[in-house]
Design a binder for this molecule. Structure first.
Ligand code: FES
Length: 142
């Protein structure tokens, strides 16, 4: 074995030990981070799922709807509330109102029914649904 071979072997051994040490450090950090992340991430999720109050049920007429808190909320029949993203699926404008029984986009004239489906294009797909629940007289969207 020559001196060069010994140097390469020594370098290889040192580098290998360094890689091993880094791997152990990463494993130790990631395992402790994972356990703390699991406990901290699992707690905020239910809070986020509790939703936002966007308005009162009285603000949404039966057979109509309203844009409340940036969300389209309709009431197709008494006591039945639906919610949708305001973003028009045609080119991404926000719908600007509910009138004449439809949810209306000001940009190119698309109209959506109170269930979010397309009545008049150019949009070819309906509004994206959101989840809405009633809590007392409040509308809660998640
Ligand atoms: S973006 Fe709504 S109709 Fe075009």
């Amino acid at each position: 074995m020559s001196a060069d071979d010994l140097m390469i072997n020594r370098r290889t051994a040192v580098a290998g030990a360094g890689v091993a040490a880094v791997a152990v450090a990463i494993a130790a950090c990631s395992s402790s981070d994972d356990s703390s992340d699991t406990s901290t991430k699992s707690e905020p999720a239910p809070a986020g799922q509790s939703g936002n109050i966007v308005g009162k049920t009285s603000e949404v007429p039966v057979g109509g709807g309203a844009i409340l808190g940036g969300v389209v909320v309709t009431q197709p029949s008494a006591g039945t509330f639906l919610a949708f993203s305001p973003v028009c699926p045609h080119k991404g404008c926000n719908v600007d109102g509910v009138a004449g029984g439809t949810i209306n986009c000001p940009c190119h004239g698309s109209k959506f029914n109170l269930n979010g489906g397309v009545v008049t294009g150019p949009a070819t797909t309906g509004l994206a649904p959101r989840s809405v629940t009633v809590d007392g007289d409040s509308l809660v969207v998640t």
